[in-house]
Design a protein around this ligand. Structure first.
Ligand SMILES: C[S@@+](CC[C@H](N)C(=O)[O-])C[C@H]1O[C@@H](n2cnc3c(N)ncnc32)[C@H](O)[C@@H]1O
Length: 256
């Protein structure tokens, strides 16, 4: 194993440990989950084929609702155990239309591009990336030493993930990229939506996590249609950690 492979293996173990530590946080995720489910919308998922990237513990998803409304749901994450446990906790282990996929590196950097033999086909009606970009960028920041080189690679990983999202989508399909873009100030009330001004203020102060500002995600998307940016909201991950979250939603253009 090269040093990089060893580090990446360590990071995947760290993701599994992080998932174990937040597994029981269904309750603190409630507002975040409601916002994610609202974004998924009714029309795009009805009877469609849906991909969730970074499903993990699925505390941000109502799987009972999705399993009744969608044709097929593919949950992607390196942590199969977290997803299996989520299906048990939400009582949907027997649903034939939920598939667990731990065969795709969500960094988009491996040779697992959509369309390759044995890899997911680009035919999803809805692809949702749920707070996974921050995890991919954190991996880079832990594996590489600080500096401009590292910053550039972080942006390349973000762009590769965004290409993976659009690459999985069918023409005319819907994509949603949800990002935990900054730490939420402890004085923001998580039971109420944060003022959009707080996101504007973040942009002014430049205090987004590197690569996670919605404008950067939008640039990475390139030619898509119906691009919409949601209002920001607060994700209460656990009693202490809380993040300001925002989503971009878009439609894949023909040939995009
Ligand atoms: C912040 S969690 C998403 C929250 C999750 N949906 C929940 O409700 O608990 C990000 C997920 O991305 C997964 N992940 C991180 N890097 C990955 C990679 N390169 N490939 C696949 N999954 C990855 C982690 O295992 C983790 O479950």
């Amino acid at each position: 194993m090269t040093r990089l492979e060893t580090e990446l293996h360590r990071r995947s173990q760290a993701h599994r440990a992080a998932n174990r530590s937040t597994r029981e946080n269904w309750h603190s995720f409630t507002r975040h989950r409601n916002r994610v489910m609202e974004l998924l919308g009714d029309e795009s998922r009805r009877q469609g084929k849906v991909a969730i990237l970074g499903a993990g513990n699925c505390n941000d998803l109502d799987l009972v609702q999705l399993a009744s409304e969608c044709g097929e749901i593919h949950l992607f994450d390196l942590d199969r155990e977290a997803m299996e446990d989520a299906l048990l906790r939400q009582g949907v282990s027997e649903r034939p239309n939920i598939r667990l996929r731990d065969d795709l590196d969500l960094s988009g950097l491996s040779d697992s591009e959509p369309g390759k033999v044995g890899k997911p086909a680009p035919d999803f009606d809805l692809v949702v990336s749920t707070c996974v970009v921050s995890q991919l960028l954190e991996t880079v920041s832990r594996v590489l030493p600080p500096g401009l080189h590292r910053d550039r690679i972080m942006l390349q990983v973000r762009d590769a993930h965004v290409r993976l999202v659009t690459g999985l989508m069918a023409e005319g399909g819907t994509g949603i990229v949800v990002t935990d873009m900054a730490e939420a100030d402890s004085d923001l009330d998580s039971s109420a939506p944060p003022e959009p001004a707080s996101a504007t203020e973040l942009a002014r102060k430049g205090s987004y996590f590197l690569g996670l500002d919605p404008k950067g995600i939008q640039q990475a998307l390139g030619a898509v249609r119906n691009l919409q940016q949601s209002e920001p909201w607060i994700w209460q991950l656990d009693p202490i950690r809380r993040y300001l979250v925002q989503a971009v939603r878009f439609t894949k253009s023909a040939g995009g």
